[in-house]
Design a protein around this ligand. Sequence first.
Ligand code: CS2
Length: 423
Amino acid sequence: MSTPHPSDVGRLVHLGIGSFARAHTLHNTEVAGGWSVVAFTGRSAAMADALNAQDGRYGLIVRGAEQDEVSISEVVDEVFPASDVDALVRLLADPFTAVVTLTITEKGYAAGSDPAVSAPARIALGLKARREAGVTEPIALVSCDNLTGNGEVLAKAVLAELDEETKAWFAGHVDVVSSMVDRITPSADEQAADTVLARTGFADSVPVVTEPFSEWVLEDSFRGRRPEWEKAGVQLTDDLEVHELRKLRLLNGAHTLMAYAGQVAGVERVDEAIAHREVRALVEQLWAEARATLPLPADELDAYTAALEERFRNPRLADNLIRIAADGSVKLPVRALPVIAELGGPDKACGEVAAVAAWTAWVTDRVRGGQEVQDPKAEQITAAVALPDHTERVTALLALLDVAAGDPLVAAVATEEKRLPRP
Ligand code: CS2
């Protein structure tokens, strides 16, 4: 395979090149320097055509509360559509490839055994080819998705697709690394391309808009080569879990609550949701509950939530709630349900219950209003929402989150749904 961006250090293959990866993991890899990067798209192949047409370059607009900083990234050498399984297999069988990073979203880890639609199944084919090629260099698979223990989830998904021989080879040759990634990256607005052109002279069809804040914490478990991400301020740790839980429960948990409660209350963006008196009160409640489950000092948590609030209030970021509302059936079981369980039930976790109730209310409003819900369980959601009885509908929706009909959460959500702020 040709490497238009020659590197004698190593190659990183990225799966799922959306805006987030370009704002965060790939940007950090560029700052670390020296690595060749080849990327694969998510489901839509359009990003491959768009980026290849501009030699992998893209404009990165870092949008602070007062101003934009604009730079051009040149980290990506080549982009393939996800459907090009042969290209991935060739790259993974090449000893020069030492790291695979993934931003395939939460649902990507449960995509099954068909390599055409499942990244874990494609990785399994690549690892088999790597073993058959006799490669002894270790390769690291790094999950960068919002899941607790994302490395373990990835390992399980890949191992489930491996043949016996490659499974036996896996432990000696593959490191699976969990990581916590954070940088709020909205969908780029229509003016973003003009901004890149005006500031840099580069005509970009796929610019990225992101916030100034960026954090990446990785498990320190690489046996092989990896980019020197420390140069970009990335942290390596032996205790990732606390970083993951803090971010998933405080940032993503509040995001999910605002995404649904905000829209139900009639607002469209994160900055509007956090400024909405009643939605904000729910966020405060959720934070108070989630904090109680985190083994961190109070002053650290105070600083973290204060910083979050400032990030959410960024008046120029224009982060639409609809972006965050996608895939609720896979996000709530990670962000809200474990807190409710750890606190001992719904009556101890009103803010978290509100997040779940806001989801049931939002999907109901949306489907009944004739609009789509983007979710891997969209069909089941539509069927549940058709139930006319209030409790039956809530019961059917919560069943999609694996909450049993007799669970006290069902009654709590049915009650809370009626109390949510409305326009
Ligand atoms: C958001 C995340 O889409 C979502 O559900 O909560 O994309 C969030 O913006 C990132 O995790 C921030 O790092």
